[in-house]
Design a protein around this ligand. Structure first.
Ligand SMILES: NC(=O)c1ccc[n+]([C@@H]2O[C@H](COP(=O)([O-])OP(=O)(O)OC[C@H]3O[C@@H](n4cnc5c(N)ncnc54)[C@H](O)[C@@H]3O)[C@@H](O)[C@H]2O)c1
Length: 248
């Protein structure tokens, strides 16, 4: 039986699609019928995507002009824009507050928070045409924090707040804004940080009451729900997909 296609005709931009979670989300939205522009600093390989429904583009989301050009290209190519997924994130930095170089702090906030703001600012005028959805990929570390992760946690807490402002400021234009807060997810990013897959599991699984960490596919399923009409009455809120990490 063919999969249901709740996003038939919709057009989505997914940033950070070169990473495992962004790629899984972009692929899932495509499988649900959307036409998708996966974005990263360099153009991503599109194996696995239907060729007629994908437009991979390179864009530095901290560059206001480049983000404006990105949105214009997507609207020109697909004729509309319905969904923005702000998923890109700066490379991981850990260090206590006083060991965080100001340029690292600025870069993390610039990519994780200001980049999302810039894409919303450029994209919302098009979403206004027929309503639309903004999904910000936050983190369990936007709700709580962990030692040595001040810049990352602040950026993700900022995204939760930006989500609420977007939802309130644009509700009467038919636009919804939601966020998804993953717990640890088995991605290259996590493996790089821990040194190996085994080390990533050993470090992170015990912190999650369910006894394991998440998968990119689980995040993609949650993302699909949030951007689909099944979530039409949900706006301004965050979905924690964190295996219970924040319960303790
Ligand atoms: N992996 C996890 O355990 C985990 C947990 C909680 C939240 N998250 C969040 O999920 C999202 C995806 O995580 P991931 O593990 O796939 O990360 P990742 O680091 O593999 O992917 C992030 C992507 O963003 C891109 N990027 C960085 N700066 C950019 C810029 N200026 N312009 C455009 N693209 C840029 C990178 O090139 C990279 O491909 C991130 O927002 C991350 O914070 C991940």
């Amino acid at each position: 039986m063919p999969l249901p296609r709740p996003l038939e005709d919709r057009v989505a931009i997914v940033t950070g699609a070169g990473g495992d979670i962004g790629r899984a989300i972009a692929l899932r939205l495509c499988a649900a019928g959307a036409r998708v522009c996966p974005v990263d600093l360099a153009t991503i390989a599109t194996d696995g995507f239907p060729a007629d429904r994908v437009l991979p583009l390179a864009c530095d989301i901290t560059d206001e002009q480049a983000v404006g050009d990105l949105v214009a290209r997507v609207v020109e190519h697909f004729g509309r824009l319905d969904i923005l997924v702000n998923n890109a994130a700066a490379p991981f930095h850990s260090g206590a507050v006083c060991d965080t170089p100001p340029e690292v702090w600025r870069h993390v906030l610039e990519v994780n928070l200001t980049g999302a703001f810039l894409l919303c600012r450029a994209g919302i005028p098009h979403l206004r045409d027929r309503g639309g959805v903004i999904l910000n990929i936050a983190s369990q570390l936007g709700h709580v924090t962990a030692r040595g992760l001040a810049a990352y946690s602040a950026s993700k807490a900022g995204l939760l707040s930006l989500t609420r402002s977007l939802a309130l400021d644009h509700a009467d234009e038919g636009i919804r804004a939601v966020s998804l807060s993953p717990g640890a997810v088995m991605t290259d990013r996590l493996i790089r940080r821990a040194g190996s897959k085994e080390a990533a599991l050993a470090e992170h699984a015990p912190r999650h009451p369910v006894g394991r960490i998440g998968t990119p596919q689980e995040m993609a399923e949650a993302a699909l729900f949030l951007v689909s009409d099944a979530a039409a009455f949900i706006t301004g809120s965050d979905l924690l997909a964190d295996g219970g990490y924040t319960l303790k």
